[in-house]
Write a protein that binds this ligand. Sequence first.
Ligand SMILES: [Zn+2]
Ligand SMILES: [Zn+2]
Length: 247
Amino acid sequence: MNQYRADLHIHTVLSPCADLEMTPVNIVNRAKEKGLQIIGITDHNSTKNSLLVRRLAQKVGIFVLTGAEITTKEEVHCLAFFEFEDQLKRFQQFLGDKIIFIPNPDGHFGYQPVVDDNDNIVDLILNYLPAALKSSINEIQQEVEKLNGIFIPAHIDRPSSGLFGQLGFIPPDLKFDAMGISSYSSEKHVQKHYFIPKEITLIRNSDAHYLNQIGEIYTVFNIEEITFQEIKMALNRMDDRFVQLVE
Ligand SMILES: [Zn+2]
Ligand SMILES: [Zn+2]
């Protein structure tokens, strides 16, 4: 089994709350500098910069999980990742159909550019992307499962936008591959404080909005080789694959 460093929660410039320096080119360079081998691209309710990050990262040997950070109807943030472009496009369509439309034409909430590999803006999204979807956490999980994706409630212990802060409990019928904890929390603290059974895999990521945050927090994946399926297996602790948080 081999060990790989992963930071699965990184925003690009497409997120209105992210720094304008978070372009795909800069993110890949920084991830390389920090020795990351796996990164997840998770803009708020949009996958539109993630494929470019994947393309650029491939050239320097970094594996990219392409996806998004979804705001559910309950305002719980969840990460979703997809292996193939076709699934990603179908999920993008779902996000576009379900998001509550809040105009952001003048960048009042921050600009939301889709960029190219020269950092040029190719599109500017004019509705506020972090807005909630009209779908519940369970409905979104089911959509992700239909597309064979990975589903991870994000920063579950964060007072706002985390599962416990918003709902107060784990819905008994909710399926997920793992749960994310805040960059500032420890696995032990979260398990104890929220009565999380040991069978649930916890991961910790940077939730980077600025370049210097990328890879500051990471999770180690113990897998045979880096593939989408191996990562999914590690999250579900299948066939001796597992993840380790770095304290
Ligand atoms: Zn979040
Ligand atoms: Zn985030």
